[in-house]
Design a protein around this ligand. Structure first.
Ligand SMILES: O=C(O)[C@H](O)COP(=O)(O)O
Length: 237
């Protein structure tokens, strides 16, 4: 039975500063590094030995995965990076303070932007500080100027189907070190979470989520390895 571990990056500098981050390449805080190390210890305690780690092109996810593998004694596990595992693009909210944005637009509107399934934030204006179109990591790609969870899933799912699922179907265990919303998209897909229920799914930083899958890659059981920092999980059908 293949095992999958989803690991959201540890606390980033902008998690700490409460700023909308999306594709901005901020690094981990010291606390985030400690969370990644602890995640690796829990992965080792669970006896998890992935054949491969998938991650995004963003430093906070790549470093979390590398630190966790190192602290699990698994530093030789090969890593595959792809932008399709990036955080959702936060559009015109990128860089803004989350609390100030809530004062300006109201808590309800900000919750819709942050957690609804298919309402994207306003698009990013071209040419500004957070315009990623000239970033060589996205050369030749048709990159978004904002993303809802739905459009995030639209780019995560083809990558899941073409690159990740075949490894699990071959019986390999897989670690994915990524982001709150690219991982929420994978959770929505795997657990078949209805569109109006995904609003309640939160993924904590640096806490490995182990999902045991059957041959059809349907979840059989799931648990956070750090039970003390767990969030509730969707029901298994
Ligand atoms: O991009 C961000 O700001 C965070 O990584 C995730 O943000 P959220 O909690 O608003 O989804």
């Amino acid at each position: 039975m293949p095992r999958l571990i989803l690991l959201r990056h540890g606390q980033s500098q902008w998690n700490l500063e409460n700023r909308f981050t999306g594709w901005v390449d901020v690094d981990l805080t010291a606390e985030g590094e400690a969370q990644a190390r602890r995640g690796g210890e829990l992965i080792a305690e669970a006896g998890f030995k992935p054949a491969v780690m998938f991650t995004s092109v963003l430093t906070r996810a790549k470093r979390t995965g590398a630190i966790a593998l190192q602290s699990a004694g698994l530093k030789d596990v090969p890593t595959i990076e792809d932008w399709r595992l990036n955080e959702r693009h936060y559009g015109g909210l990128t860089g803004l303070d989350k609390a100030e944005t809530a004062k300006l637009h109201g808590e309800d509107q900000v919750k819709v932007w942050r957690r609804s399934y298919d309402v994207p934030p306003p698009p990013l204006a071209p040419g500004g500080e957070w315009d990623f179109t000239a970033d060589p990591r996205y050369a030749g790609q048709d990159i978004p100027d904002t993303e809802s969870l739905k459009t995030t899933l639209d780019r995560v799912l083809p990558y899941w189907n073409s690159a990740i699922a075949p490894r699990l179907e071959a019986g390999e265990d897989v670690l994915i070190a990524a982001h709150g919303n690219s991982l929420r998209a994978i959770v929505k897909h795997l657990f078949d979470v209805p569109d109006d229920k995904i609003v309640g799914v939160e993924i904590p930083t640096g806490n490995p989520l182990e999902i045991d899958l059957d041959a059809e890659l349907k979840p059989v059981s799931a648990r956070y390895l750090d039970a003390g920092r767990a969030e509730s999980l969707p029901a298994i059908a």
